[in-house]
Design a protein. Sequence first.
Length: 317
Amino acid sequence: MEASGERMTDARRTRGRRVAVSVSVLGLAAVTGLWLSRVPIATGVIDRHLAAKGVRARYHIDDLGLGRQRLTKVVIGDPRHPDLVADWVETVTDMGLSGPRLVAIHAGHVRARGRHVDGRLTLGEIDRLLSGGGGGAFTLPAIDVALDDARMRIETPYGDAGLALTGHGRLDGGFAGRFALIAGRLGTADCAGRRVSVAGTVRSTGRDRRGGYGLDLDGPVRAASLACAGTSIAAPRLATTATLVLGRLGDSTLRAEVATGAIVHPQARAAALSGTVSGRLGTGSDHRMTLRLAARDLAALGTRAGRLSLEIGRAHV
């Protein structure tokens, strides 16, 4: 009787071990299947999000981890004329009550296109990712961004320019970095600078009460020459502090310390010009500026002056 009981106990233990092994194998297979299928699952989530925004995109998922995704060969917009291309983009996501949300983006070797239209900077289909939907108000998302070698071509009514940017921080307030901008010609038909360059620091200051986003810029503006209304100015340089208001560029402000080389007008000449310019950019040709300038070694209409000062309280340029 005792031997029979022991055999029954051993049989139950053997069946228990087999069940445990079977459950473990099935669990491991399920986990393995989910792990192997994480790329198509992630691809489906990304594709659905882009489709809901009406954004065309191509990319390759290079790596996936817990809350982290690395995309390579990223193209956004029309593949023939993309709005953005990037060698790689790493995203960090967090799970909230409403599902996953994007909290950070790191990107390298980014190339983008922008246009200045009706006082706004538009980034093509990227605008749809920055708005609440198709055609919504311009917003900057509350995410941390790190950019390594990002460049943009900007088309404006005043001329085309190239922008380079590196930096990191929260995009809607707290981003800080360095930038450089160059343009062969920048200005209007009767007033333009040649070989214009700007380099300095940039910092996002957040959203104001009217829905615009502030960008503080600090750095020198240089040009090989400036020609306005028959007057030519050699080597103008402006040590500039400016605040751009994204979404309402007309409300942007600047202050600059001015220094130039020789100034030539059909009826006057000066060895140099110095002073300050400050005011609001405005829209179109309505740029409201305050000018305090001094000309050195001025010659005009047969007279000469070692120094002549000029102050204009509110000039409409």
